[in-house]
Design a protein around this ligand. Structure first.
Ligand SMILES: C[S@@+](CC[C@H](N)C(=O)[O-])C[C@H]1O[C@@H](n2cnc3c(N)ncnc32)[C@H](O)[C@@H]1O
Length: 241
């Protein structure tokens, strides 16, 4: 009998299968600070979500039917926690592969008394594929994804046709995919990929970029980019029926 259950790359590799990985990140082995380690230990049970647990039911998870916002690659989580704190009428799910960032985010959320946020420490591609039900999200946020500047590394960029399709599947009709980048060439590629993807409408008046929305707090990478004199491009696309 064929085994049809979905396996992560790690599980498949343990069984001796070779799977070509082109990932949007390189795992940095940054050390956890004491505070991050403590936050993970104390609060993972209440705030953490595990990829291996499979499909989630957001209403059961949060104990309400509030709209759900997904943020992919939240870094240290400062802007995500700020957004969650400012919008108690929404539920937030963050996904990040960098463990110190996940620890920092959980620690800050606890300090700020934020209880409408849950996080995965996992590859967002696999979380989208295995954990989120279809049409469960009202917003997907992707702020300052790794730009992978060199042309030979563009295949590592997270925004590409298959990713855009996965986002479309998980958004509700009328839901919005919001991207921001400080790398002009990536902004142009995002615009091209999104414009050619079926099932989306650009919310920009000129069919390109939208003004920076007030709802998006300054992120760490944006702040760094601004200090280097970088521009910022925001894109918002709505899922069509
Ligand atoms: C350039 S940083 C931006 C962080 C944050 N959004 C900000 O603006 O400060 C990109 C982040 O995306 C994370 N990342 C990259 N690929 C990812 C993936 N497939 N799943 C989850 N996180 C990812 C990286 O670990 C990194 O923290």
């Amino acid at each position: 009998m064929t085994d049809r259950s979905h396996k992560t790359v790690e599980q498949a590799e343990q069984e001796g299968k070779y799977i070509r990985k082109v990932r949007s990140f390189v795992k940095r082995e940054g050390r956890l600070t004491n505070g991050q380690a403590k936050a993970l230990e104390q609060f993972w049970d209440t705030m953490g979500l595990n990829h291996q647990d499979g499909l989630i039911d957001p209403s059961a998870l949060f104990g309400n039917n509030n709209p759900v916002v997904l943020e992919i690659g939240f870094g240290m989580g400062k802007s995500l926690v700020e957004m969650a704190k400012n919008a108690p009428e929404l539920n937030f799910i963050g996904v990040e592969v960098h463990r110190p960032g996940v620890g920092a985010c959980i620690g800050l959320a606890q300090e700020e008394g934020v209880d409408n946020l849950k996080v995965y420490e996992h590859d967002a591609i696999e979380v989208l594929a295995d954990c989120l039900p279809a049409e469960c999200l009202t917003t997907v946020q992707l702020f300052f994804p790794d730009p992978w500047h060199k042309k030979k590394h563009h295949k590592r960029r997270i925004v590409q046709a298959s990713f855009v399709e996965a986002i479309r599947e998980k958004l509700k009709v009328g839901g919005v995919f919001h991207m921001a980048t400080d790398w002009e060439n990536y902004a142009e590629c995002m615009l091209e990929d999104m414009t050619s993807a079926p099932g989306f409408k650009n919310l920009s008046e000129n069919n390109d970029y939208v003004p920076r929305p007030d709802s998006r707090p300054l992120t760490k990478f944006e702040d760094r980019g601004q200090n280097l004199g970088h521009g910022v491009w925001d894109l918002q696309f709505e899922k069509l029926a």
